[in-house]
Design a protein around this ligand. Sequence first.
Ligand code: BYC
Length: 472
Amino acid sequence: MAIDYSQLIPNNVDLSSDRRLQRALENWQPRFLDWWKDMGPDGTSAFDVYLRTAISTDANGWANFGYVKMPEYRWGIFLAERDQNRQIAFGDNKGKPAWQDVPGEHRSTLRRLIVTQGDTEPASVEQQRLLGKTAPSLYDLRNLFQINVEEGRHLWAMVYLLHAYFGRDGREEAEAMLERHSGDPDKPRILGAFNEETPDWLSFFMFTFFTDRDGKYQLASLAESGFDPLARSCRFMLTEEAHHMFVGETGVGRIIQRTCELMKEHKTDDVRALGAIDLPTMQKYLNFHFSVSLDLFGQEASTNAANYYTQGVKGRYLETRIGDDHLLVNDTYEIETIEDGRIVKKAVPALQALNERLRQDYIEDCARGVVRWNKAIEKAGINFEMKLPHRAFDRRIGAFAGQRVSPDGKLLSEAEWKANESKWLPTDEDRAYITSLMGPAVTQPGKFAHWIAPPARGINNQPGDFEYVRFN
Ligand code: BYC
């Protein structure tokens, strides 16, 4: 169904046929806009930003580019097309028609998953609220804003489900989405990574590479859900997620490129003296963002995850392409854990290991990105390799929480950890240095901050000096 833009809330769910729901969402809309003004990108209401807006949810008609003032962005409700014959692909309900409504027995589980997913979206906008002040170029500023409005729309996607399918509880949860805030000591966001700060652009690019990629894997698992409206919402959200990860991968890649250029030109490793970001510091930021993002997958052995799967509410990554029985009751899966002071592999029931399996899919995907960064370093003739740290490094959730483990996976004493921590994770001094590079936003079209290379091509093939943001 095409998106109806004539409505106050653009949608492709025939919202006007359900007056009650429409009114409830129209009631939530001004609260969302107030939240955007208070907690969204700071001081940007008057800017004209070259944004893409979805015009249809099919592959061909996706994007429409044009200047938009962000508070006027057409946030709305877009679900991927319904497959009338869709069946649940896994668990006890395998082979049954996908649910068009919420089964009573899975109501609280589904609500909890939708709330957890929804909560991350406004959280990331809050985390990135001040970055516009220090943007390294108009191109980057525009990408930040594109991500911000899309995270706003992802919140809309989950709020629609809460309003449409969870009655009063759902409406209350939708309100609470705007009341919790990233890093708020009293009402924090639900998941750890979303209460961390994103104070500079290196952190932003690492976040969009690593943490948005968790979004990809979680959304892909929810896109397998037996609850069809959730599956269809997530399918469409995934199409937007790809751009966010692109921003992360190319952002880090462009910093690497600039650093390597300067190392070669000046025949030195000491690029800090030249106002650039040295590769060891980038590695430390990578370590931090990777481990924080690994925590987002939950416990290695999780009964919650087993239940989600058995009930048919949350599947595996690309569930329908996996060639097994999709029940997993007789299968085992190897996880890593600590026993007798050592990291060991241990087979556990596959159903319980689903968080770990998804984490493994995620790690392999991250590793492919790191290979691409390393190719660029090698091509520049520099002898340095970026590495993903071991999955047990610096974890807060799961079997390795609170353990001292080196990036190459050795269990350490507290003293050994303390002696090396500053080599592995950003220190206050590193952070101060990165902050010192974040000057006033570079606003001249085609110009870039000293520490980052220009992109290979413009958004929507625009020329290098395109005016992506007009400040008015
Ligand atoms: N922080 O059995 P477990 C995105 C809790 S990102 C705090 O492993 P489960 C985006 C857990 O809630 C994608 N608490 O739990 C990216 C549980 O609590 P209870 C977000 C945590 O349920 C960038 C307890 O520990 N989407 O979209 O199997 C920008 C036991 O753990 C954490 C989703 O996450 C943590 N890191 O797994 C914008 C999908 N980890 O029951 C957006 C929906 C675990 O003891 N969520 N806990 O009170 C889920 O599928 C699951 O809730 C989780 C946790 C995978 C997160």
